[in-house]
Design a protein around this ligand. Structure first.
Ligand code: FAD
Length: 337
């Protein structure tokens, strides 16, 4: 017999996502006594759990590990009073307040305010070997990991703006950057292409796909990539120290299609300089709204903004509710009836 669904729970602030944006929002909401509930989704800790060294999150003189940083964030959020729930939101109804969110477990949450911090996922090539070396020579973020490739040789896979920008950025550190693209021309904007072709550290290999990541076991690390010509199928190995996969990102905004405004790629629209969406009481923060910066610290900053916006809205509403609605006589007096 199927167990009946648990009764809905009402919360003042529900946070979706256990990455830097979600945990930071939780810290601020908890310290404002909103008793927030944070739902983790499939990847508690978010994208930083699939990387190793993090050297650009402020506050740490030493290199720290992504999964460790996310454990610290979770503990901090819980310490100040956040309830962290291991569940996945599978349906959202934002048509009226409180908003109704249903989880995979069957639990429904009724939220006075909602902070969407569901992040984004880097798109990967889908190779077993790529997965094996993630964080050990395979990355999807040049801003994050480029620094570790000083004087080394790296391959960038992709042909759009992201790939070209990543390749150009990597020339600051790497001795050699090889861009591998499946087609005979790039999709990137012309101005980026000009910069790419003018850079003598960059070589482009056309019409090839990365078929496999080659590496060493001890210590685990990338030593090269196997390339396949897309037309002839001919295979060749290229030595390198790292592979940057730059074939795009997918924001986790599917649940909100048709309910919240988003751009063509699915990034949620928020008000300039803030975290409010067009629906009062719904805020968004981090990589799910941001296709430009995509950093842990920017996501954390946006999480803080979203929580402060939610706190302010609830305080205004509480204040308004605490005052009696004006009477007929009062309204007549001030001429608004
Ligand atoms: C390989 C790699 C290395 C990186 N290295 C660095 C670095 O060194 N420094 C740096 O600053 N940045 C780095 N980044 C970028 C950084 O990880 C992201 O910018 C940051 O994690 C974004 O935070 P976020 O909270 O917006 O989302 P995410 O970290 O993407 O977290 C999203 C959260 O939402 C949850 N979620 C999704 N859907 C649902 C749902 N339906 N219900 C409930 N929860 C849901 C997920 O489970 C997850 O917990 C790296 C990224 C990658 C991929």
């Amino acid at each position: 017999m199927v167990a009946p669904a648990p009764p809905p729970r009402t919360v003042r602030c529900l946070i979706l996502g256990a990455g830097p944006a979600g945990y930071t929002a939780a810290v601020y909401a908890a310290r404002a006594l909103l008793n927030p509930v944070l739902i983790c989704g499939l990847t508690p800790g978010g994208q930083l759990t699939i990387t190793t060294d993090v050297e650009n999150y402020p506050g740490f003189a030493e290199v720290i590990q992504g999964p460790w940083l996310m454990d610290q964030m979770r503990e901090q959020a819980q310490h100040v009073g956040t309830e962290v729930i291991n569940d996945i939101v599978v349906a959202a109804d934002l048509s009226s307040r409180p908003f109704a969110l249903t989880c995979d477990s069957g639990q429904t949450w009724l939220a006075e305010t909602l902070i969407i911090a569901t992040g984004a996922e880097a798109k990967w090539l889908g190779l077993e070997s790529e997965k094996k070396f993630q964080g050990f020579g395979v990355s999807a973020c040049a801003t994050c990991d480029g620094f570790f490739y000083r004087g080394k040789s790296v391959v960038v896979a992709g042909g759009g703006n992201t790939a070209v920008e990543e390749a150009l950025f990597l020339t600051k550190f790497a001795a050699k950057v090889t861009l591998v693209h499946r087609r005979a021309e790039l999709r990137a904007e012309k101005i980026l292409q000009e910069r790419l072709f003018a850079n003598d550290k960059i070589e482009v290999i056309w019409d090839h796909a990365v078929d496999e990541v080659l590496g060493a076991e001890d210590p685990l690390g990338v030593t090269g990539v196997r390339l396949r010509h897309v037309a002839s199928g001919a295979v060749r190995d290229l030595a390198c120290d790292g592979l940057f996969v730059a074939i795009g990102h997918a924001p986790a905004s599917e649940l909100f299609k048709g309910q919240l405004a988003m751009d063509g790629a699915g990034y949620l629209d928020v008000a300039a300089g803030g975290a409010s969406t067009a629906i009062k009481g719904v805020f968004a923060a981090g990589d799910v709204t941001d296709h430009i910066y995509r950093q842990a610290v920017t996501a954390a900053g946006m999480g803080c903004m979203a929580a402060l916006d939610a706190v302010r809205l609830l305080a205004e509403e509480d204040h308004a509710a605490a005052h009696h609605p004006i009477t007929h006589a009062e309204a007549e007096k001030i001429g608004t009836w």
